[in-house]
Design a protein around this ligand. Sequence first.
Ligand code: OAD
Length: 244
Amino acid sequence: MIFPPELLTIMRKCDYIAVLTGAGTSAESGVPTFRDAQTGLWAKYDPQELATPEAFTHNPQLVWDWYAWRRELVAESAPNPGHFALADMASHPARFTLITQNVDGLHQQAGNDGVLELHGSIRRIRCSQDDRIVTEWSGDPRCPDCGGWLRPDVVWFGENLPADALQFASQAARGCDIFLTIGTSGLVQPAASLPLIAAEKGAVTVEINVEDTPLSRFMDFTLHGKSGEVLPELVTAVWGNDSA
Ligand code: OAD
């Protein structure tokens, strides 16, 4: 891909890069994006109806089974070149913050530290009653302490985001020089407002996505392509071949 030369110069000189990623970043790792995750057995369910506290109250086993299936997909997946390029990017500017809506843990697996997980982690399980993180149970997914139903430690529609992660993410959006928005449809708040906050505070904004999104028209630069291809090329174009 030919990148705008001014973008390369800005990235090379900037002190603080913040990045927001979404499900598109993991698509090339074989983790279906949230809105594509309805295949096979699960085709008849709407994720917006499964990923809610109401669905869980109504049918905890169904919601548990859906997440167990997604957890298996995640366990079988591995970071792709886009994840590794972001781990590499982190070492270049003086400051770097990676904010993700993904619950798959692939950024950490690729080597990024201090990832702000706005929507939690599918790899962690907690008790729905006492909020304790649980690592082992036998038989039914029940808390070994209180017997409450276990649930994934993710944020469902209608639930609050982890306050600390959201506060740090918002600080990053306000303080960064460049804000990259990668592989997200920009439809889910409050994550989708972070690029706009960054733009308002004067950061240079860049979107990487296979298609336009509602955020595209607010961006200084939109790069169309797969993040697993665009990101490694971008890192090499900005910082040279040692980075690839
Ligand atoms: P979506 O599934 O809504 O959007 C994925 C985005 O990635 C779309 O804009 C695609 O065009 C783009 N995309 C797909 N493949 C790509 C690739 N290889 N490279 C670059 N872009 C690609 O996922 P999110 O925006 O992450 O929340 O969804 C946000 C949140 O809504 C999720 O975290 C989840 C959800 O429903 C909760 O579970 C709370």
